[in-house]
Structure formats: structure tokens, C-alpha cells
Design a binder for this molecule. Structure first.
Ligand SMILES: NC(=O)c1ccc[n+]([C@@H]2O[C@H](COP(=O)([O-])OP(=O)(O)OC[C@H]3O[C@@H](n4cnc5c(N)ncnc54)[C@H](OP(=O)(O)O)[C@@H]3O)[C@@H](O)[C@H]2O)c1
Length: 253
């Protein structure tokens, strides 16, 4: 039995991805910290689409949990591994809460890197996909959240580099990067936790942002297009309802 694995599936883009892949008849492995949300989603999707959903509850910003979780799921037949769990921090870097940004780097970079390495090692010559979720802030510098933006540049460069290396080695695994633009999820709420940015400025920038915000369902449709295509990068337009599929973004040296 094949599975699509989605990290951070309890809300937002991850939840919408779970719904989209379930609707297309894929079985799922979903993981995040909020077990009730994950189990409610499992019940709903299993009844609605007659698929199988396996739930795991882990804080993936903790190294030991990443290793333990991978160990538990590695023997399932995983056709797509989606590294989606991540969060942001809306602060000038020097005003950031050090513990929060450590956790952000541990999740956005460390967990994603470890899962990617382990999944590629086990599946390099199999017909499977690894999709890592970056951001448009992983291609353009977001001054409102520079550390988050830098963490997503890592995701973009890491993913595109691996994709190119895999092509060079003529291995079978497909490495892809999804870059959402502003999407209506819990992202903003989490980004402003411990933010020292002035409330008035925050409200103004959120009002601007909400004007262009996509729905997580639209993002899931785009992600499915990326999954079905042979392209490496899927970038969402920040201002229009457009999605671009590309083979290259960064120069290779
Ligand atoms: N929304 C946007 O505007 C936007 C734009 C570009 C890129 N993105 C990226 O899209 C991805 C999904 O974010 P979202 O917008 O859907 O936000 P979201 O609604 O906050 O979803 C984040 C998901 O990650 C999980 N998560 C957070 N911390 C975790 C931890 N320590 N361990 C395990 N799971 C954890 C959350 O579940 P629990 O809290 O239950 O653990 C939740 O399921 C992120 O990588 C984000 O950077 C978002």
C-alpha cells in the first residue's frame, strides 16, 4: 500500500494538501503536534474518500523526534514525502526571541534536511518524489522576517541543488520545491508571537497582505500540479492567481 507523507498537516497548507491527495485516492501519513486536529482529519478523510490515514504526533523541532519518527515510517511504501511543517518570525533580527528563532531553524532547516537526507538515501533509485515547501520569501528577501526568509532560501537552494545533482547522476527520485506566496493559514498568527514590531505597523502590513492572500485549497491545487509535472520548482505569484513551473532558478557553479 502506497502513502503520501505530509509534515505539518494539522492546519493550513499541509491540511489542504492532505485533503487534495486524499481526494485523488492516495493513502496518507500525517504528522504534527496537535493530535486532535490530526485525528479529526483522519476520521473525515477515511470516511469521505475510503483511504487509509496514519497519524503520528511529534514536535519535529526536536532532533530525537525527527529520527524516531523517520524510523517508525521508513518501512512504509512512501511515494511522496512532503516537508511542509514550518513557521515564521515577524521581527527585525536583533529583536527576535532567541529560543523562538532556534526552534524555527530547527524545524524549517534541520528537520527538513534530516528527513530529506534519510528519504533520499532509502529511495534514490525509486519512482518517488520529495517535495520541500519553501516560500516566495525563499527567492526574494522579506525584510519583515529576514531570518525566516533566510531559512527558506536554504530550502530553495538545498532543494534545487539536490534536484540538479540527482539529474546529473541519472537517479530516479524526483526532488521538487513548492514556493507558496502569502496564504490564509495560521502562519501570520505564529509569525507575530513574540514580535516586537509596532502593532499599528503589523496591522497595516497584514491588511496589505490579506488583499493578495491565497486560500490553502488553491495552494494544494498548485502543489498537485507540481506533483504531476516533470518540473523542479513551483512558484506562486505573489499578486495574481498564477503558478509558475520552472526547472531552474539559481545559477549552478
Ligand atoms: N501561509 C503563508 O503565507 C506561507 C507562505 C509561504 C510559505 N509558507 C510555508 O508553508 C508551510 C505551511 O505553513 P502554513 O502557512 O500552512 O502555516 P500553519 O497553518 O501554521 O501550518 C503549519 C503546520 O506546521 C506544523 N508545525 C508547526 N510547528 C511544528 C513542530 N514543531 N512540529 C511539528 N509540526 C509543526 C503545524 O502543526 P502543529 O501546530 O499541530 O504542530 C501546522 O500543521 C510552512 O513551511 C510555511 O513556511 C507559508
Amino acid at each position: 500500500m502506497k502513502y503520501v507523507l505530509i509534515t505539518g498537516a494539522s492546519s493550513g497548507i499541509g491540511k489542504a494538501l492532505a485533503e487534495k491527495f486524499a481526494k485523488q485516492n492516495h493513502n496518507l501519513i500525517i504528522v504534527a503536534r496537535r493530535d486532535k486536529l490530526l485525528n479529526d482529519l483522519k476520521k473525515e478523510l477515511e470516511i469521505k474518500y475510503k483511504i487509509r490515514v496514519l497519524v503520528y504526533v511529534y514536535d519535529l523541532s526536536i532532533y530525537e523526534n525527527v529520527i524516531k519518527f523517520y524510523d517508525q515510517i521508513k518501512n512504509f511504501d512512501i511515494e511522496v514525502f512532503i516537508n511542509n511543517a514550518g513557521f515564521g518570525d515577524r521581527n527585525d533580527p536583533w529583536d527576535s526571541d532567541l529560543y523562538k528563532i532556534k526552534k524555527m531553524i530547527d524545524l524549517n532547516i534541520t528537520a527538513l534536511t534530516i528527513f530529506s537526507i534519510l528519504f533520499i538515501k532509502d529511495n534514490l533509485n525509486k519512482d518517488v518524489q520529495l517535495i520541500n515547501v519553501s516560500s516566495t520569501a525563499g527567492y526574494k528577501i522579506w525584510l519583515g522576517g529576514i531570518i525566516y526568509s533566510a531559512s527558506k532560501f536554504y530550502v530553495s537552494v538545498f532543494g534545487e541543488g539536490i534536484a540538479k545533482l540527482i539529474l546529473e547522476k541519472k537517479a530516479k527520485l524526483k526532488m521538487k520545491i513548492l514556493a507558496p506566496s502569502s496564504t490564509k493559514t495560521e502562519f501570520v498568527t505564529r509569525s507575530v508571537v513574540k514580535s516586537k514590531v509596532d502593532q499599528k505597523i503589523l496591522k497595516e502590513s497584514e491588511a496589505k497582505r490579506s488583499f493578495y492572500q491565497k486560500s490553502p485549497q488553491l495552494l494544494a491545487e498548485y502543489a498537485y500540479k507540481l506533483y504531476q509535472s516533470d518540473k523542479i520548482i513551483g512558484i506562486v505569484d505573489s499578486f495574481k492567481d498564477k503558478f509558475y513551473l520552472e526547472d531552474n532558478y539559481f545559477e549552478i557553479m
